[in-house]
Structures are given as C-alpha cells and as structure tokens.
Design a binder for this molecule. Structure first.
Ligand code: NAD
Ligand code: GLY
Length: 346
C-alpha cells in the first residue's frame, strides 16, 4: 500500500492507495453507506475495521438524496447509537456519501473525525481528498456545507471493478480536468494511454491524488489556486441544476461544462481551437457527453449567480490557459458570455 501525505499542519492526513489494510479506532465507529455500495462492499470493509463498537447507517442512493434530510438521518443514527466526541464516522461510497458524511461529522457535537473510503473513480481522484463537504438544496448545488478534513482516506482499486461504464466516464472527466488545469505532460500521457488499462488507471489515480493534495495544501479554503479545480463546474453546476439532479452524472455535467468553458477560453484567445478539440476528443473517447443543449440562455446565465464562485454579483470563470495552465476571469460582459451560450442552443 502506498501512502501520500496531505500537509495541512494539525489537519494533515494520509491517503492510502492500494488494498485496504486494517483501520483501527479506539472509540465507536459509524459506517455510512447506501444499499448499492453496502450490498457490494460492506462486509469487505467491516472485516477491516477494529473498533470498540461498529454501527452501520444506510441512506438512500443518489444525487437527489444529497440533502439536509439525509444528513439528518445520519445524525439520528449517530445519536441513537450514542456516538460521542471520540467516535468516528466512515463514508463508504462515492462523492455523494463522502460529502454528506463529511458534513454530518463536521456538525455532530460540533465536529468529530471521519474517514473517507471512496468507491467511485470520481471520488477516488477528487471528492474524497480536500475536505469539501455539503449538500444541495432548492437553490443549487453544494450550497450548504463545511470545510472539514477527513482523518484518512483509503483508496482501494478493488471497488472500481463493479463500477458501471457511465460512472467510470464521470470519473475520467475529473481526471481530464486535473490534467488540463495543472499538468500538460499528464494530459499528453492520457491522450496516448487508455485508462481502462488497470496499471495505467492506477498511475492516473495516484497522479490526480498528488495534484489534489498539493493544491489543497497550498489553498485549503479556496482563496486562490484551489478554484482551478472548479474548471467546468461553473457551467456544470448550472447544467445539473437545470436538468434536475441525477439526470446527468456530476462528472458528465463537468465534462460538458469544460467544453463550454473551452469555447469561452478560445474566444478570449486563451486556448487554441486545436487544443479545445483535443480535450473534447479525450472526453468523448470515454463516452462522456460533451454537448449540452441550452434551452434559454438568459435563464442559464441567471443560474450562474447561485454558484458559490460568483462574488459581488460577478461570475468567476475558470478557464484553461493552453493545456496545463489556468486563468480566472470575472470581468466578462454579459453579452460576451451570452454569445458563447448561444453556440450551445439548437
Ligand atoms: P455517487 O456518489 O452518486 O456514486 C455514483 C453511483 O455509483 C451511485 O449510484 C453509487 O451508489 C454507485 N457506486 C458507488 N461505488 C460503486 C461501486 N464501487 N460499484 C458500483 N456502483 C458504485 O457519485 P460520484 O460521482 O461518486 O460523486 C458525485 C458527487 O461528488 C457530487 O455530489 C459532487 O458534488 C461531489 N464532488 C465533491 C467533491 C469534493 O471535493 N468534495 C469533488 C467532486 C465531486
Ligand atoms: N473538487 C474541487 C475541490 O475540491 O476543490
């Protein structure tokens, strides 16, 4: 098992890569999962936990259940099992479970520890690392939440064997995001290799985790460079909100969002058309949808303002600057943005 340390002073923690080893905890543990992941891997994980008591809480599956109601279910389970401030929550699942357990553990008795055991590619390469936690509500995506770092992350490739191809593609979208924004050489390797090849995939996961750990260590609370990891998300969150959570997978919405961001970047001279085509081609190779049809550009534009990245009524766009670089722009006129959105109308 490999170990990558994320350096955050007293909040530093290890990210373990490889077959999961024993997880020991002196107090009580609450493992939170959903019926699908629990059915597949709960006994595998329970067999690797050594703790005073171990309880299990199962919540409904899906982005549509990434709500305060589900967090309340987790908290009720914690109270029913008499968890205390020395107890630990464990998130066993994809990014939805991870974000909610992170949030629930961050507010239970003003905050207890939690561990991430990510089971989707997307959560292994991105969501499980960095301490962003939260839920969606009627106003938009991830608008309620906390920064709360886990105590450890266990990334076991075994889980990926049962992942449906669409979910795999959603994870690849986040891998492409990391390469485009931070690592040109990695992007070129992705163009040459195939992430469906197991050893290439493992290298890709490690590469992303290292990028993410470095970026989070530099800017834990997203005051600057961490925002680059939101490339594709400004558009993607609107796509998810407009189409109804669960219609597109989060990674798919990010994939389509990256293509929109690229169109904007090309218009500003930050990205060449040929580079935008290479990014779209790489996404399409993994079956990731790259074109979203906008029905009403004014409505789409208004939804940008619900995003956490918009500040003082200015939309902050995260745009690729060539491949391997990133630019932040909050000075674009509405007409400029609408002209890009119109390119995505029927
Ligand atoms: P998800 O958690 O909904 O998982 C996708 C589906 O795969 C679910 O049905 C799940 O039950 C199933 N599944 C999970 N593991 C499986 C396995 N091993 N085999 C078969 N099926 C499995 O979605 P996701 O793509 O993992 O995560 C998306 C969420 O992550 C979004 O809510 C997004 O906002 C969040 N996110 C958070 C961060 C962060 O930094 N906190 C970063 C990126 C995304
Ligand atoms: N997924 C974006 C971030 O963690 O900052």
């Amino acid at each position: 098992m490999k170990k990558i340390e994320i350096e955050l002073n007293e909040r530093s923690y290890p990210i373990h890569l490889g077959t999961m080893e024993c997880l020991e905890h002196a107090g009580a543990v609450l493992v939170v999962t959903n019926p699908k992941v629990g059915g597949l891997y709960l006994s595998y994980v329970l067999g690797r936990i050594r703790a005073r008591e171990v309880f299990v809480c199962t919540i409904p599956d899906g982005e549509a259940y990434k709500t305060l109601e589900s967090v309340e279910m987790i908290l009720e389970s914690a109270f029913n099992h008499r968890l205390d401030r020395k107890s630990l929550m464990i998130a066993l699942g994809g990014g939805v479970i991870g974000d909610m357990v992170g949030f629930a553990s961050g507010i239970f008795q003003r905050g207890i520890g939690f561990v991430q055991i990510p089971t989707t590619l997307l959560s292994q390469v991105d969501a499980s690392v960095g301490g962003k936690t939260g839920v969606n509500n009627a106003f938009g995506k991830n608008l309620i939440g906390l920064f709360h770092q886990p105590k450890a992350v266990y990334i076991d490739p075994l889980f990926l064997k049962s992942l449906p191809p669409r979910e795999f593609g959603a994870g690849v979208a986040e891998i492409v995001k990391m390469a485009v924004t931070f690592d040109r050489e990695f992007f070129e390797e992705l163009e040459r290799g195939d992430l469906r090849d197991h050893s290439f995939l493992l290298e890709g996961i490690e590469r992303c985790v290292k990028i993410k750990a470095r970026v989070v260590a530099m800017d834990e609370r997203e005051q600057g460079i961490r925002a680059a990891l939101n490339y594709g998300h400004t558009f993607g969150h609107v796509i998810e909100h407009e189409s109804g959570y669960g219609h597109y997978l989060h990674g798919e919405a990010v994939g389509m969002g990256m293509v929109m961001a690229n169109t904007l970047a090309c218009g500003l001279g930050l990205l060449k058309e040929s580079e935008a085509e290479r990014i779209e081609k790489l996404l399409a190779r993994y079956g990731i949808p790259t074109r979203y049809t906008i029905g009403d550009v004014e409505r789409f534009y208004d939804l940008f303002f619900l995003d956490k990245k918009s500040e003082n009524q200015k939309i902050k766009f995260i745009l690729p600057e060539g491949i391997g670089g990133v630019a932040f722009r909050d000075d674009l006129s509405k007409s400029m943005v609408l002209s890009v959105l119109e390119a995505f109308c029927d």
